[in-house]
Design a protein around this ligand. Structure first.
Ligand code: 13P
Ligand code: 13P
Ligand code: MG
Ligand code: MG
Length: 369
């Protein structure tokens, strides 16, 4: 039966201090207290990036386990209680329902999960971001698993030379497709270059026949606004990446974030800005509610236990990326309400377009030559 373990990273924004800046320490404590009571888990680590509370759980119940999802839901409800007592901003924001109904996906919180056969050494990195959306992982996942200028192993490691299979989701049409890279690389880029709609959901190692075999990376792809049909905040995403021995080395997995690429989701979920890699202490989006942040915690799994974390982006080697991100943030801000700093009309989380259009209806007239 092997040594199967499931890693579930489940996150929600259940209230911010101040506004949308950080998670109050009391909420983190309460989550830890709740998780310590259960015997469902092998191990857990609670952390936060910006105003998002992240539960990193290991267990033996597989993905989509009702028990595990219910546990996470209950933890978020308990944290919401604390948030309400402290009158934190947007208390309970991401819990779209009053009662748990079997699977936490589609109920507000973001979920990335994978069931794996624990290897003799199992390095994993949990990436967590705030003030952005799931498509923010497209570019870094492409670089980690398909770009030889990022990942030397694609060229020089015989165990990686055949490339990886990407599963891409179309969030608008609710469809999925697999791309086998490097063969399908150019086709894939047509889609994942449009990250508001097409998102990389998972990456797999190939078997001998070139089909998707074992899981290598898994991202959360929920889009709250598409679930709720109204503005409910951005879907600040999480992602699990396995490393080494036929997979990207740890250094290859973090390397894409040395370039702070532009992502959607800053201020009111309606602006574009650079994704700044930060350590836990700096995951405090403040300027114009940002700029968007990404954090990376590394763990070694040992019989399902989380050994770590190592705060990967706290390292000095990411300082130039932070400097660049802050410089780009200033440059973008100067565009104010103009695209592409402000998102296109159909992607904004807030819009006054229809009310302004209604009010202006009689003032528009046809253009005559
Ligand atoms: P692995 O062969 O264990 O993946 O190590 C590669 C490496 O040396 C990392 O830089
Ligand atoms: P969050 O999605 O992180 O709650 O941020 C919402 C927002 O409007 C920030 O300006
Ligand atoms: Mg918030
Ligand atoms: Mg957030």
């Amino acid at each position: 039966m092997g040594n199967k373990v499931t890693i579930s990273v489940i996150k929600a924004d259940v209230g911010g201090l101040v506004g949308h800046t950080i998670v109050h320490p009391r909420l983190i404590e309460r989550a830890q207290e709740e998780l310590a009571k259960t015997d469902l888990l092998e191990d857990f680590h609670v952390t936060a990036v910006g105003d998002d509370l992240n539960l990193i759980l290991t267990h033996r119940h597989g993905t989509d386990s009702t028990e595990i999802h219910k546990l996470a839901w209950n933890v978020f409800e308990a944290a919401t209680e604390e948030a309400k007592a402290l009158k934190l901003y947007g208390a309970g924001q991401d819990l779209l329902s009053d009662a748990f109904s079997g699977n936490i996906k589609g109920m507000g919180p973001g979920v990335a999960e994978m069931e794996i056969e624990e290897r003799s050494s199992e390095p994993i990195i949990i990436f967590m971001a705030d003030k952005t959306e799931p498509g923010a992982w497209n570019l870094p996942l492409y670089r980690m698993f398909a770009d030889p200028f990022n990942t030397a192993g694609l060229v020089i490691d015989p165990n990686m030379h055949d490339g990886f299979v990407f599963e891409v989701h179309d969030l608008k049409e609710d469809k999925r497709v697999h791309f086998s890279c490097p063969k399908d690389l150019y086709d894939m880029l047509v889609f994942i270059g449009a990250p508001s709609r097409f998102v990389v959901h998972s990456v797999y190692r190939k078997d001998e026949a070139g089909s998707a075999a074992s899981i290598a990376a898994q991202a959360s792809t929920q889009r709250l606004s598409l679930i709720a049909g109204r503005y409910v905040g951005k879907d600040d995403p999480v992602m699990i990446v396995r490393c080494q021995s036929g997979l990207p080395a740890v250094g290859e997995a973090v390397e894409p974030f040395s370039y702070p690429h532009l992502v959607a989701g800053w201020m009111r979920g309606s602006h574009t800005g650079p994704l700044m890699p930060v350590g836990v202490a700096d995951a405090t989006p403040t300027r114009f509610d940002g700029p968007p942040r990404v954090m990376a915690l590394g763990f070694q799994l040992a019989e399902g236990k989380l050994v770590g974390p190592q705060d990967m982006f706290a390292d000095v080697s990411f300082e130039p990326a932070r400097e660049e991100a802050n410089r780009i943030a200033g440059y973008m801000r100067r565009m104010g309400p103009f695209e592409p700093h402000r998102l296109p009309l159909d992607e904004m989380e807030y819009t006054t377009l229809s009310t302004v259009m209604d009010r202006m209806r009689d003032r528009w007239s046809p253009i005559e030559d």
